[in-house]
Design a binder for this molecule. Structure first.
Ligand SMILES: [Zn+2]
Length: 280
């Protein structure tokens, strides 16, 4: 009874606060496309004093308070067919399904020539290693740590022009590969790489494809991933403030030259990092 009373008072205060300031949080730009982010309203804070819980395909989804409403901030997998997706939502009034539309996006196509064919046609040993690593990365992407205040107002993790965008359909030496799962910055070897927002270092490793890589956990299923680093300056468990250096850009792993490959993961899926650099 007491907890419920305080929840209602807190919800009312939050509503007043968000009405006064316009918005308590800057959320990433909504884009209901494969590889984008859907913002799905789940009801008002007054109707649902306890924060609702939401899942997409069994994976927990970030729920934020925005303008007096609960909003599910949902990463839409790049291989999602157009149509509707459905969230499972649990509130203090019970469980329900909430659907949202996914519309088509045609990403650009690019042909890439790589001289080092050993990184295209893998030896059995390399293939075994790469497959094991992909499985480890898949489980890291599903990491969930619930916190109150995820900062999704990202800053650029490196200087340099954008040399490859998210979703680009790449063809290496004539063979189609998985679409580009991140955003590339043309950073020279040794250039500082900083964390796009505050967070905690979830993991670091030296992978066959991604090279020296750092995973930063920003809470509520939002992670960022920094790849091909020349050097890593942090340890798993380290708490990072926004803009703190985590390493130096390089060309480790499969890279045609020095650059930073930066991926953003939301509810276990890679989404377009540029949506986090352009707040509404
Ligand atoms: Zn890349």
């Amino acid at each position: 009874m007491t907890r419920r009373f305080y929840s209602v008072v807190l919800a009312a205060l939050l509503t007043i606060l968000t009405m006064a300031t316009g918005s308590a949080l800057a959320l990433p730009l909504a884009s209901n496309v494969p590889g984008g982010i859907a913002r799905v309203p789940l009801g008002t804070l007054l109707d649902y004093p306890d924060k609702p819980k939401a899942w997409l395909d069994g994976q927990s989804v970030w729920v934020a308070a925005d303008d007096g409403h609960w909003v599910a901030v949902v990463g839409v997998p790049l291989d999602t067919p157009t149509g509707t997706k459905t969230l499972r939502v649990a509130t203090n009034r019970g469980e329900r399904s909430v659907s949202f539309p996914v519309v088509e996006k045609r990403y650009a196509e690019q042909h890439v020539r790589l001289k080092d064919s050993s990184k295209i046609t893998l030896s059995p040993d390399d293939e075994k290693r790469a497959l094991a690593e992909i499985e480890r990365i898949q489980s890291l992407k599903k990491h969930w740590r619930e916190i109150d205040d995820t900062d999704s107002n990202f800053i650029r993790p490196a200087d340099g022009r954008l040399s490859s965008r998210f979703g680009l359909r790449r063809i290496f030496n004539g063979a189609p590969r998985a679409p580009h799962s991140g955003l590339d910055f043309a950073a020279p070897r040794g250039a500082p790489v900083i964390t796009a927002a505050s967070g905690r270092v979830l993991a670091m490793d030296d992978y066959f494809f991604n090279g020296k890589t750092v995973f930063v956990d920003h809470g509520n299923g939002l992670l960022s991933m920094y790849c091909h680093l020349d050097r890593i300056d942090v340890q798993p468990g380290d708490t990072l403030r926004k803009g703190q250096r985590l390493g130096l850009a390089g060309a480790t792993g499969r890279a045609s030259g020095p650059h930073l490959h930066w991926s953003v993961v939301l509810n276990g899926t890679m989404v377009d990092p540029e949506l986090f650099l352009t707040q509404r």
